[in-house]
Design a binder for this molecule. Structure first.
Ligand code: HEM
Length: 186
């Protein structure tokens, strides 16, 4: 088990960041859709409160992940991949970071402007980013939705590409992000 990335694959820390953030983002999207659909009620406020807390947790994890990645460059993509595909993969990964930082930030701006301050899992009060303003709240609500929609689209493309590498190309690209070794080096 290696902690740092190497030319052959990702280290255990980068893998842990990848799979934990991925799982939390799925939970977060489901929770956001569920909470936003509830009628105005105590249950809605409670689900939104969990959503906001988890969203800030994801933001913190993504910033840590970005710092770790800056210190640990990822392994290069294989030469067997056409150049345009390697460029598309790099662009996708960068866009993931941009969206995983901007989407929660927009949610935080929305919550602040809507007067729904965040109390992080009931443990501490998080400062508001702007003061209460109904028009701004609507603007950030829309921005949050658009950014999350783009994130969901990117996720679909990313998962499709990963499965393509794993089952059709069998070029080992997917295995670099898995903590276990493939039975056969495909
Ligand atoms: C990666 C992080 C996040 C993801 C993937 C995410 C996803 C979502 C989704 C899918 C919705 C439902 C959109 C709709 O149909 O209206 C939503 C709503 C919402 N999110 Fe997030 N969110 C994230 C982070 C945050 C953060 C950090 C906050 C605040 C601190 C936040 C605050 C809200 C609020 C207040 C709503 C309800 C909007 C409404 O009133 O309809 N979100 N989010």
């Amino acid at each position: 088990m290696r902690f740092r990335n190497s030319a052959e694959g990702y280290g255990i820390i980068a893998q842990a960041f990848h799979w934990i953030v991925a799982a939390l983002v799925f939970v977060q999207i489901g929770m956001g859709l569920y909470a936003a659909d509830l009628p105005v009620s105590l249950a809605r406020l409670q689900w939104l409160s969990r959503h906001k807390s988890l969203g800030l947790g994801i933001l913190a994890l993504v910033l840590l992940r970005f710092a770790w990645r800056s210190l640990n460059p990822p392994p290069a993509l294989p030469d067997s991949m056409p150049r345009w595909e390697r460029r598309a993969a790099v662009a996708t990964h960068r866009l993931f970071y941009v969206l995983l930082i901007l989407a929660p930030l927009a949610g935080w701006f929305h919550a602040s402007a809507a007067g729904l301050s965040v109390n992080w899992f009931g443990l501490m009060q998080v400062p508001d980013l702007v003061s209460k303003d109904r028009e701004l709240a609507e603007l950030f609500k829309l921005t949050h939705r658009v950014l999350v929609g783009l994130l969901a689209l990117l996720l679909v493309g990313h998962i499709g590409a990963a499965l393509h590498h794993a089952f059709l190309r069998r070029d080992g690209v997917m295995h670099r992000m898995l903590p276990w070794r493939p039975r056969r080096n495909v």
